[in-house]
Design a protein around this ligand. Structure first.
Ligand code: ACO
Length: 383
């Protein structure tokens, strides 16, 4: 047993997985062997979910059947919608509301008591969770605005349906395509912190709901999923400062600030997902004739790419650097960015839990003990 300590488990191999691979040196991401660029441009999120959960790309017939099964599960129980409204009224944060409501969904799952080893039941639960999370999140946002929820439309794609339930209006083709792409880009990413959290939970043979709820918790932090909102806040800060973006970033760096949307534990070059979202940001900015966020992000990226210190450490833009401004163009409120990430990544969490449980071994590392070993116990009334 090695006593070498690896803080943050950096670089430690804990499992084998055929789901996704991140090559951080060249900036390449594959899901089950397929390049993320091809999947984002050529496949729908539904196809990607099928791929992750079943191991191969679906035929047209298989995809139609799978999509129909997903569509049949978008509705959520009225009790959950009521709770979502109460959470909105209480001023709960969207990510926490999503966590609470996702947990509550399990009470209405017809297979909630299924044996943990029942793989079919686990897949069914995974499908229900993935289908219902967008409904929950859209209902929460509408409740915050004092609006009634919009019923899901089974004729719309997963991506279009979310935007429809959020706004009450069917999205145009560009918005649907962009959002679908964003869902695909965020669906899986090796053993990131939230996926590992879900896997640890799965390794106790706990159920899929517990793993997804744990994943949401892990994703909520600013070092992980929370960074996309932080990036948008930075862009607003630049705007409010009335400074030129180069001056703003110079001052921010001089003040020792860490810039959200830059840096990654695995990527040492620009994240391939960032390239794709940058392309989408460019399209959306040009078609809206509003290039402000594009100009700011480009200026910040150019400035930071010339910083030799950062380059030496392999600090380059990650997916979050562009996702926020893309969502802003789609009219999505800032504090929904991280919950949207969760809505997409749930597909990956579920896939990893199921994969790991097929050859399960309880995940149980050790800590090097640095506390006392010979403390003398004194009864409470004598201290
Ligand atoms: N801006 C400036 N410097 C940075 C940044 C940044 N965004 N990120 C890392 N660094 C520097 C650190 O200061 C550190 O420098 P030092 O060695 O001189 O002390 C060095 O790079 C290494 O940083 P660590 O925090 O040790 O690297 P780690 O691998 O633990 O961190 C992380 C990765 C957490 C993502 C980090 O880069 C970060 O905080 N980025 C900003 C938040 C962010 O964008 N998170 C989203 C990640 S992608 C995702 O979850 C989808």
């Amino acid at each position: 047993m090695s006593d070498e300590l690896k803080r943050g488990l950096e670089g430690v191999l804990v499992a084998e997985s055929g789901l996704s691979h991140v090559d951080g040196e060249v900036g390449k991401l594959v899901y089950r062997g397929y390049d993320i660029d091809d999947l984002a441009h050529e496949a729908t999120y539904e196809e990607v979910l099928y791929l992750l959960w079943n191991g191969e790309l679906p035929t047209r017939t298989e995809l139609d059947a799978f999509t129909a099964e997903l569509d049949a599960e978008h509705d959520v129980h009225d009790d959950v919608l009521e709770t979502v409204t109460q959470l909105a009224d209480a001023g709960e944060r969207p990510m926490a509301a999503l966590r609470t409501a996702t947990s509550m969904l399990s009470a209405y799952d017809p297979e909630t008591d299924a044996d943990a080893e029942d793989r079919e039941a686990a897949l069914n639960k995974g499908r229900r969770i993935t289908a219902k999370m967008p409904t929950v999140l859209a209902a929460f946002e509408r409740a915050r605005q004092g609006n009634a929820p919009v019923d899901p439309d089974p004729d719309l794609s997963h991506a279009a349906n979310f935007l429809y339930m959020l706004t009450g209006t069917e999205p145009d083709a560009v918005s649907e395509e962009t959002f679908d792409m964003a869902l695909t880009l965020h669906a899986d990413h090796g053993l990131n912190a939230s996926t590992f959290a879900a896997m640890v939970i799965g390794s106790t043979m706990a159920d899929v709901y517990s793993g997804v709820v744990g994943g949401i918790g892990a994703l909520s932090g600013p070092l992980h999923g929370g960074a996309n909102q932080d990036v948008m806040e930075v862009l607003h800060e630049v705007d409010d400062s009335a400074k030129d973006p180069v001056q703003w970033i110079t001052d921010a760096r001089d003040a020792g600030r860490r810039i959200p949307g830059f840096g990654h534990r695995v990527y040492k070059v620009k994240d391939p997902r960032a390239h794709i979202l940058e392309e989408k940001l460019r399209d959306l900015s040009e078609s809206a004739d509003d290039t402000k966020w594009l100009e700011y992000t480009t200026a910040i990226e150019e400035y930071l790419s010339e910083d030799e210190g950062l380059a030496e450490k392999g600090i380059a833009p990650n997916v979050d650097f562009f996702s926020g401004s893309v969502y802003d163009h789609l009219g999505i409120p800032m504090d929904l960015y991280t919950p949207i990430f969760a809505v997409s990544r749930a597909g990956g969490w579920i896939a990893h839990m199921l994969e790991y449980q097929e050859d399960n071994r309880l995940i149980r590392p050790r800590a090097r003990y640095t506390g006392a070993t010979d403390a003398e116990f004194v009864p409470i009334d004598e201290r």
